[in-house]
Design a protein. Sequence first.
Lengths: 166, 166, 166, 166, 166, 166, 166, 166
Amino acid sequence: MATNPQVLLIMGSESDLPVMQEAVDVLCNFGVAYEMRISSAHRSPVRTTALASEAANRGIKVIIAGAGMAAHLAGVVAAKTILPVIGIPMPGGALNGVDALYSTVQMPAGIPVGSMAIGKAGAKNAGLFAVQILALGDERLSSALQAFRAEMDRDVEQRDLALQAS
Amino acid sequence: MATNPQVLLIMGSESDLPVMQEAVDVLCNFGVAYEMRISSAHRSPVRTTALASEAANRGIKVIIAGAGMAAHLAGVVAAKTILPVIGIPMPGGALNGVDALYSTVQMPAGIPVGSMAIGKAGAKNAGLFAVQILALGDERLSSALQAFRAEMDRDVEQRDLALQAS
Amino acid sequence: MATNPQVLLIMGSESDLPVMQEAVDVLCNFGVAYEMRISSAHRSPVRTTALASEAANRGIKVIIAGAGMAAHLAGVVAAKTILPVIGIPMPGGALNGVDALYSTVQMPAGIPVGSMAIGKAGAKNAGLFAVQILALGDERLSSALQAFRAEMDRDVEQRDLALQAS
Amino acid sequence: MATNPQVLLIMGSESDLPVMQEAVDVLCNFGVAYEMRISSAHRSPVRTTALASEAANRGIKVIIAGAGMAAHLAGVVAAKTILPVIGIPMPGGALNGVDALYSTVQMPAGIPVGSMAIGKAGAKNAGLFAVQILALGDERLSSALQAFRAEMDRDVEQRDLALQAS
Amino acid sequence: MATNPQVLLIMGSESDLPVMQEAVDVLCNFGVAYEMRISSAHRSPVRTTALASEAANRGIKVIIAGAGMAAHLAGVVAAKTILPVIGIPMPGGALNGVDALYSTVQMPAGIPVGSMAIGKAGAKNAGLFAVQILALGDERLSSALQAFRAEMDRDVEQRDLALQAS
Amino acid sequence: MATNPQVLLIMGSESDLPVMQEAVDVLCNFGVAYEMRISSAHRSPVRTTALASEAANRGIKVIIAGAGMAAHLAGVVAAKTILPVIGIPMPGGALNGVDALYSTVQMPAGIPVGSMAIGKAGAKNAGLFAVQILALGDERLSSALQAFRAEMDRDVEQRDLALQAS
Amino acid sequence: MATNPQVLLIMGSESDLPVMQEAVDVLCNFGVAYEMRISSAHRSPVRTTALASEAANRGIKVIIAGAGMAAHLAGVVAAKTILPVIGIPMPGGALNGVDALYSTVQMPAGIPVGSMAIGKAGAKNAGLFAVQILALGDERLSSALQAFRAEMDRDVEQRDLALQAS
Amino acid sequence: MATNPQVLLIMGSESDLPVMQEAVDVLCNFGVAYEMRISSAHRSPVRTTALASEAANRGIKVIIAGAGMAAHLAGVVAAKTILPVIGIPMPGGALNGVDALYSTVQMPAGIPVGSMAIGKAGAKNAGLFAVQILALGDERLSSALQAFRAEMDRDVEQRDLALQAS
């Protein structure tokens, strides 16, 4: 983790780490400094509130919050900051993340959370969405994103060619 | 409302009033002092936290929280008090309360919320559940509840007799 | 199990035991005397009705009922007692507990059940919710709950610190 | 209603009457004697249990039970009789009958309920299903059902011809 | 299988056999003669139609039909007979039986199907429901069902006693 | 309707007419001869089977089938013809067409149905899909479809321009 | 793959191959020339658009598109061609294909996609549906389909006979 | 609309205007220049692609896309730009926006869309989320957002006080 993080990642529980790692990997690949914390909306509400309230003053630009079941974390964080908050609904539990999705995306008017898909795809996209926001003020990231898109396109093409050749 | 409320009702928005009124009516009928407040988990997080934190010291015994969509209110309140918190998922919105139900009932381990049904039936039952909790230490309420149950039974019987006679 | 149980746990089937154990563990940790019974709303209706009807006279304060699929147990029990009844929807079956959730939480007006989340998280919270209700009249439990909350908070902090150090 | 009813219809609430009437109309059309009662699994459990337990001795052959939300009525009745019990999930409430459907159809092994569709179509079919069961031992009903089927077929044909002619 | 079957079981695919076996086991235990057939509403429509049309003349009293996904089997069979048809929605596929449940239970007015729960619990109950229907005209089955109910009750009691003793 | 219809539309009930009309309007606009019939999979199974079996010999090229609730019509028709069958799940009923969608689209392997969206949008697209299939062997329809697409594009553009000007 | 393919299969990701193979197997069995490509609506939008736009001129008659989660592929392809497009919703992800189903089948009016069931059954049926469309102008395929239907019927009969004999 | 828009709003259909207006109102209140366009992913794919591709060069910073049913618009736009894309699932249709929600939020890994709630609450939050992103590089917007939050808090307080006084 970095001295001057631009992105703060908060997860509600240690068990969310494998999913959150997808977002971290993206930030690492783009050379974006981040800080990753464990803090629960319910079990450590004071520390969660503090993390959210102080983020902007510490130079954080974007917050990514991931939680499962009745996933209040992203909403609770969003209520305490005007930084953009990206939510990742965690899979698992009997409803396998539909509860987390509805708890994250169906925010009432006034306090927005930008929700990603449930689970690892959502976590990877959370990292990319954070980079896309940061790239609005960062030429280097903007170029890196364009290269990433071109690389994705080439990767699909390579797999397609391999399939044709098989 | 009363000088020494035993039940604190919090709703996320003024528009939840017609549903919350069902709980209030029950408390009135049983002569239970209550206080009803509007405070949002997202739009007024500081006041919501304060209401929850101070409730026990003010003599409150049970909290009823009603909210819609990504209904974080009951969970946010429950995280700041050890009083029993009863949640009422509000209907409305495109998902008509399924989102509020999942956001209220699917609380992760550690911070319980006792969820009622979506809407007015849930609100009435929230009032009754609060009375049932208070009745554990209040002989008068215990008797009143037994009378209420007998009355409900008689009411069903009357309607049944009327149907037979029709 | 204890001579003068304060909490009665009823499960519809032996197969619900691993989930119910989460509630039992909480009660044990808080030193709350309990009794755990197997009785089905459908397969042993007479004994279920008797358990519910006699609970208050035996000194029971709170009932926790867990059942799966068309989970009628909590509602059937609640109809025969004015004690607070906490429902745990069991996971499993083709719908993995959504049926049990709706059958437990969507109680019609008049007979409340306080529903927890589906499965183990819900069972643990059922135990905690029972303790929170009992703590209204028990200073020792009230202090123990506050200590439990502080411990949960510290536990999250420890895990967060470990993550920062890793 | 009739002196020696063969079919007992029970509804959980007076408000279910317009839906139950669809079943009654079918029974009337087929000349099947019936008795219709209001009794709730939750609000009048003793009377509901008695209705179910005594049905067989009174000469009842089939029971039709309709209830909404966490619809325990059909299951509670089925637990107290070995007569075939047909369930009608009532529409209405925030979930518009999905809760009633799951609470009616997802009965655990041991106590069957034959569930119909949610609402009026289900109620009409409940009446027909009862007649089909009774027809196993009643030549007149068997003939009447065959005539009813032929009439339905002709009715579709008439509508089709009218459409072609329009 | 028996010379003069009273119950006809039809499954849409060989893969449904482990679920259907639950119904067969019940029929065997109650000494009810049955016939079990594989026939698909879609892949062998002529034979399915014939099985349904001829069932009554062959002395069949009740038909049990189990199918998965867009489970049309029970409805297609019911359209060709006035015998009571019991549907078992099969689990499996991406929707794990919710599609089969809706395709079985949501029959339009006119042609009833009595739907059981998804999967093995539903299949066991299908067998029991068939026996309950047959018991209306069979004293022996009526007594056997009462014994079965008493046995189930005792079984729950035994498990409860074992739990108390553990 | 036409002497040599290329498209056969079947609806399960007269009440489906307003939705089916959307498909008819498309066929009219493209000058495709059609025949529209009312026939139910359940209430008039023999005529439904006959309509499907004889369609190919009568020169029909595509069948469009619309039904609601447990919508077996498209599947029953598809089982009796090798012509492409397009299904329209009808809205309405307590589940508002989710049941019809699952009953139409989740066909088991072997007998395909091409499902459209629930309701009027699906019906319009059913007409267009039929035209697209017919256009494979009909130059005039192919040109007409291209013109239709261009017109749709222009229509969006006009509305966009109007919005800019407002 | 073939020199003059009649069917173009596009999948959004290499991981969809095991499902798509079911469609390919059908085309092979019927001797229909096909081309299978990997191209994503999101990661390689230009190539996806080109594949769709050029398909008709290359002699393609039918396009089969399979994708998962927010499955835009079939719709994006359908927007760029007047050939019939068949969609296969892929299972997997936290919602196991319900998201892919809704994203595929719920196309707004104007651009139809014929959706199959989620997963392998849907893929097999996609292949069959393509053959049924091609058979409208190909006597050989028409005969082959009739033979295939007869074979399926016989196969069910064989399994039924084996069950009777067991 | 403005000469140098910072936010581009695209809706799939004119009928989405009342919902989109909620986002526009927010942008107006914050003095953010915007451009609102009608363009469909399916009916005008070329213009949609052009709008997305050229947005960054025209100085657009954030894109808001709203569409209903199988809502591909946000994903199709996101695939053609590295600007942050915010999706608004439109309510309406038989599934009332669940289809649009899944089609918007469940984006596969690689191309993120930040999804808001279904309907007007989501649209208002989309406007706010865009402002929060723009505020990262705009001191004036940052202050305005803080004022907006304080105003929301005060508004809740006023309504609470009015309720206490009533």
